[in-house]
Design a protein around this ligand. Structure first.
Ligand SMILES: [Zn+2]
Length: 201
């Protein structure tokens, strides 16, 4: 499926990145939307991780350094799995995420522009999208309780979301989709039971 068809239900860019794998809980349907470095760039452009000039520059850089682009993609995918594991209860992954953050930080510096100081890459590179994602992920981890990042109640769906609901009781990545499917299943089970009892009596 093309990246442009991907739905964004995670509520935060780092969580959306984890959701570039769909149907994690159903191996028969699992889809990894990051099939090539260009998919990573498409995704990064759609989510605002890179802007349009950066996207074109990185596209050109990837075309000229395919092996490096392949390595940057596999590193980004590894980061994605570390984030997924960390947010689904594997606390040991915090160390791996910390390491990725540390590496990203070495590729950045503080710059100033007039009266403004900002934290940015020393130079745009193939690793920049993943660097920005891990920095956003660490910012998220330190801003919200771990329990605010949750998995969809449909275990086959497997998507994560940042629960920003006032009562912290969001259950589904999408009420209209996964929530509705669960309602239909419940209704189906309920409507079958009385019939089964009726045939016995
Ligand atoms: Zn879901």
């Amino acid at each position: 499926m093309a990246i442009s068809k991907l739905e964004f239900r995670g509520g935060h860019v780092a969580v959306e990145f984890v959701n570039t794998v769909a149907w994690r809980g159903d191996p028969a349907r699992t889809v990894d939307h990051l099939d090539g470095y260009s998919d990573l760039l498409d995704w990064a452009a759609l989510t605002g991780v890179v802007d349009t000039p950066e996207r074109f520059a990185l596209r050109s850089a990837a075309d000229h350094a395919r092996a490096a682009a392949g390595k940057a993609l596999s590193d980004a995918r590894r980061l994605r799995e570390q984030l997924h594991a960390m947010w689904t209860g594997d606390g040991e992954q915090r160390e791996a995420v910390s390491t990725a953050f540390g590496r990203a930080a070495t590729r950045r510096r503080l710059r100033s522009d007039g009266d403004r100081v900002y934290w940015t890459e020393r130079e745009l590179g193939l690793r920049t999208p993943a660097d920005r994602i891990v920095i956003a992920a660490v910012e998220l981890c330190t801003a919200v309780a771990p329990s605010a990042i949750r998995a969809c109640g449909d275990t086959e769906c497997g998507w994560l979301f940042l629960d920003a609901s006032p009562r912290q009781n969001r259950r589904w990545c999408s009420t209209a989709d996964c929530g509705n499917r669960a309602r239909v299943r419940r209704h189906y089970r309920r409507s079958r039971k009385p019939a089964a009892v009726a045939t016995k009596t």
